[in-house]
Design a protein around this ligand. Structure first.
Ligand SMILES: Nc1ncnc2c1ncn2[C@@H]1O[C@H](COP(=O)(O)OP(=O)(O)OP(=O)(O)O)[C@@H](O)[C@H]1O
Length: 622
């Protein structure tokens, strides 16, 4: 019943190999191998880029040979003829090829960013709910925005002319070997040293740039927190405090950026120094060899041009090291999420709704026990503190204990109990946002763990506690679960939950925006809009987690009427914070500290369950 990622007993499954074993300092890492699927999607363009690279390299390598000819002809007093034109043509062709190739790689880079965003968002929105409990929203947002953008650099800077660069490098090496192996030996010695230095520095760049990206994630999370709670922060007079908190994260990102800059500052001049030193060595030793008659002036000039051609791609590669390493760091953060199992991947799909029994209750809890999964980070911190909460003896604290109750078809059942008793958790388990640690929940007699989640959820309408309205129009909100609903159906359902008046408020009607998180609606209106949304999909079972915010008399009346409208012809499980909403329920289940302490009608419970009597007394119902 309990599946792997949600299991409190077992920590969330470590991601695929390469992400699983790492020290806290050692964030997600990616290799070029993981980049391959993204590149292979664009293999046609990349093959074309390679062909252009080969042509470009040939056009470049042809230039020193022609220069050699020009010098020899000038030395021997012969006419230059078409050679100069051929040289000009080669330079122009090499330039055109390089421009077109650059465009193709930029385009492919954008394509890689697009497909990484698609894959990441598709996986992210399909992760088990526990992952969202344990991760910071801003950090996830930053992965979709900033990290995917960093991937572009692999193509636009890393792979730019990589093949052409290698060919030019090899061609230049061969040309130099033919002209003068001694000079080549000296050149290779100097350049080899520069490569050793850069390779040694590149791992430091990788670590620094990955940390820089993590810091950007922290920064986005801090900004997201501040913006999403802006009213509370403003009202608490805590704006300056929050600005300072965001500032600390911004500074952290800046510091890491500076670290990257410091290490890359060491790398960038290496190619230049290598070129200068080898140029001076070649000029000195080459000049001596020309004087000694070992090589001609034309050969020395050609050798020097080849030297530039050898060092140029090397310089490009050194220059790309920072951006490629940061792209690989970003890819690590993207793949860390993509490697997590999606919630639907763990569906057993061994049963179908057709197996429902008509004589079975709509929903039945059978000895359900549950503890929320504890994130590995929290576990580690608790272990460090050697403290009990939120776990006991290393085990997560139980939120539900052996809970059993039945909800007959077509009946209205209320869950009541003090705050933290486990009411909302029970609805979350019916929705399979989490799976019970022990026990079974059945829908029409079928263990819901055996049903595909989408089939199960199609049977359920769920109205969260203080349900948020989604930014967008009234119509967008209503059609979330019923995309084909007509405008007439939308209007009818709004009227059913007493929201007809909201429609008349704006000339835009159903197109009227509700604001970010529905700020343009009152708390009661948001809750009723959420009920309308659930109703429109016409599910046979409705789970309603009543708003905790106190509603005035009129709103409460409107809400009761809305619930009555909802209850018709369907099974309703309602979490009531105001007993007045549920006194006429068919059955009331009283929860306390995760245990069922009473089941019955209002009058039965007032007579037999002290906790319920107490609750009713507080709410002036007895
Ligand atoms: N996502 C979560 N991760 C960890 N613990 C949680 C999570 N959600 C709720 N809890 C804990 O589970 C317990 C039960 O919470 P639940 O929301 O089910 O209570 P409730 O009866 O609905 O309370 P209320 O009436 O205040 O809404 C609480 O102690 C709460 O702190």
């Amino acid at each position: 019943m309990t599946d792997v990622a949600d299991s409190p007993a077992r920590p969330a499954r470590p991601a695929r190999r390469g992400f699983g074993r790492r020290s806290p300092d050692d964030g997600p890492r990616a290799s070029f191998r993981q980049l391959l699927p993204y590149l292979l999607e664009h293999r046609r363009v990349l093959v074309w880029v390679i062909v252009l690279s080969v042509l470009g390299a040939a056009a470049s390598l042809g230039q020193p040979l022609l220069v050699n000819q020009v010098i020899s002809r000038v030395q021997h007093g012969s006419t230059l003829g078409s050679i100069v034109w051929a040289l000009v043509a080669l330079v122009v062709i090499a330039g055109l090829i390089s421009g077109y190739q650059h465009y193709l790689l930029q385009r492919t880079g954008e394509g890689v960013v697009l497909s990484s965003r698609r894959r990441l968002v598709a996986r992210m929105l399909n992760l088990p709910i526990a992952q969202f409990d344990q991760r910071r929203t801003g950090d996830l947002v930053s992965r979709v925005g900033a990290d995917t953008t960093a991937l572009r650099a692999v193509l636009t800077q890393g792979l730019i002319d990589a093949v052409g660069g290698v060919l030019t490098f090899i061609g230049a090496l061969i040309g130099m070997a033919i002209i003068d192996p001694v000079l080549l030996g000296l050149t290779v010695l100097v350049i080899g040293l520069s490569v050793v230095v850069v390779v040694a520095l590149s791992s430091r760049i990788r670590v620094a740039s990955r940390r820089a990206q993590e810091k950007v994630g922290d920064l986005t999370a801090a900004v997201e927190r501040a913006i999403s709670s802006v009213r509370t922060i403003r009202a608490a007079g805590a704006t300056a405090h929050e600005v300072a908190a965001v500032d600390i994260d911004a500074e952290g990102a800046w510091e890491m950026g500076i670290q990257v800059a410091r290490v890359s500052a060491l790398v960038v001049p290496v190619a230049g120094i290598a070129l200068q030193v080898s140029f001076l060595v070649v000029l000195g030793v080459g000049g001596y060899r020309v004087a000694a008659g070992d090589i001609s002036v034309a050969s020395l000039v050609t050798f020097i041009i080849f030297l530039f051609m050898l060092v140029m791609p090397l310089g490009n590669a050194f220059g790309a090291i920072t951006s490629v390493n940061s792209a690989l760091g970003a890819l690590g953060r993207i793949e860390e999420i993509i490697a997590l199992p999606g919630e639907d991947e763990r569906d057993s799909r061994t049963a179908s709704l057709a197996d429902q029994r008509t004589d079975a209750p709509a929903i039945a809890f059978d000895n359900v026990t549950f503890a929320y999964p504890v994130s590995p980070q929290v576990s580690a911190r608790v272990a460090d503190l050697d403290a009990g909460a939120p776990t006991t003896n290393g085990e997560p604290a139980l939120v539900l204990r052996n809970v059993s109750f039945e909800v007959p078809r077509g009946k209205r059942v209320a869950l009541v109990g003090p705050s933290g008793a486990g009411k909302s958790t029970s609805l979350a388990l019916i929705e399979r946002f989490y799976d019970p640690t022990a026990g079974t929940i059945r829908l029409g007699g079928i263990d819901i763990a055996a049903l595909p989640r989408d089939e199960l959820r199609a049977q359920l309408g769920y109205v969260e506690q203080d349900a948020p309205a989604l930014a967008g129009s009234l119509r967008d909100n209503l059609r979330l679960a019923a995309p084909d609903a007509t405008d007439d159906a939308c209007r009818a359902v709004l009227a059913a939950v007493n929201l007809g008046e909201v429609l008349g408020r704006s000339p835009l009607g159903l197109d009227a925006p509700v604001g970010e998180d529905g700020v343009m609606l009152s708390g009661g209106e948001r809750q009723r809009l959420a009920i309308a949304r659930a109703l429109l999909a016409a599910p046979p079972i409705l789970l309603l987690d009543e708003s905790t915010s106190s509603l005035d008399g009129r709103n409460e009346q409107l809400m009761r009427e809305a619930i009555d409208a909802v209850a018709e012809h369907r099974t309703l499980i309602v979490i009531a914070h105001r007993l007045s909403t549920v006194v006429d329920s068919d059955q009331i289940v009283v929860l306390d500290h995760g245990e069922v302490v009473g089941i019955g009608t209002h009058s039965e419970l007032v007579a037999t369950v002290p906790l319920y009597r107490e609750l009713a007394k507080h709410q002036l119902l007895v």
